[in-house]
Design a protein around this ligand. Sequence first.
Ligand code: RFL
Ligand code: PHB
Length: 391
Amino acid sequence: MSRTQVVIIGAGPAGLLLSHLLAADGVESVVLETRSRRYVEARVRAGILESSTVGLLDSVGLGERLHREGHEHRGIYLQWPEERHHLDFVDLGESSIWLYGQTEVTRDLGRAREAAGQQISYEISDTALHDVGTDRPYVTWTGGDGRPERLDADVVVGCDGSFGPSRGTVPAGSQQTWERTYPYAWLGILADVAPSTDELIYAWHPDGFAMHSMRSESVSRLYLQVPPGTDLATWSDDRIWDALAVRLGHGQEGWELTPGPITDRSVLPMRSFVATPMRYGRLFLAGDAAHIVPPTGAKGLNLAVADVALLAPAVSALLRGDPRPAEAYSDTALRRVWRCTHFSWWMTTMLHSTGDPFDDQLQLSQLRRVCGSEHAAAELAANYSGLPIGL
Ligand code: RFL
Ligand code: PHB
């Protein structure tokens, strides 16, 4: 029977960063992951890092490539037909944000953990958590070679995203969940073309929301609001670029959207979800395993980082015999989770067309208010650029 101090389920950003932070505190962990390392590192997802996320990565030696290859943005554009406004977070007294893909964060973490000799088992199956309500939890799984495995630990951390088994291990009576589904989805593309904008554009349009993001000087990332369950086959490349051009305002005041070859496309459902508390006995939940936000606020990855920044010292203290930070973890983390849940819901409902003309007018009124009032703009900027880690 093998034993470690902490078993971490999931090698996404939350799990990898947690193993890194624990190691810096002298705590041993083993990471278990169903997918291959290549798959995990290639998964196209988030793109925006808050300043506190960047600060944390810097402080643990993970910021070097980010500063070299990432891009610092002072703010975002908000637009609706005929009007585009730049919100400069720095001028509004808030922090800048960084454009650096989740793929790159995961690669940096993967390399750092490999160099440190971190034990990570990829391509495992049948992950099951046992006795997490006791002081002797353990995890079983089937290894890549088909052999059954068991690992006993002091603590198990579920960093296994929204579909992993950890959250479901908590008995129903010991967990409460909140959920909101939205009547729209995003069609996201990656394209081999230089971005047509210097900073992200969030666009309200009666046809539906559109967003222009990017990954580098030569790779653009764009999104279109589509109905949930949209079949990608019904969206040809031309249809996608035409819709983006209309919604993003191609031709207005000389602005042009340059199309290019699409290299990746997917449809993403949108939902808000929170499970509380984020602890049950010796099981702690972090990142998407505990909460999901719609991507409109760029919060998911940043929340996962904020969770593990709180959790790592709490677990270290617990293992040294001080249970207080671990007892405070869930309540402390949830204050930020609910703030980001509200902000993501607010951005989402302000920007996505519902087809109801009354909603259109309310949304346009809200957008004009945000772009016309320094106070309203500063509130968006503070939430978007990120609240302090310990909020
Ligand atoms: P992850 O990244 O989902 O990682 C969970 C890992 O657990 C593994 N796993 C298991 N491992 C072992 N045994 C099992 N039984 C397992 N079941 C699952 C999975 O394979 C996976 O590797 O969760 P984590 O680490 O909590 O990280 C969360 C972020 O990935 C997520 O919140 C963000 O990507 C959300 N998000 C965004 N966040 C931002 O901060 N800024 C953004 O701009 C942003 N844009 C986005 C996004 C998410 C998107 N999608 C696809 C959901 C844009 C998109 C399109
Ligand atoms: C992205 O670059 O993928 C991205 C950026 C901001 C968002 C969502 C996604 O709000």
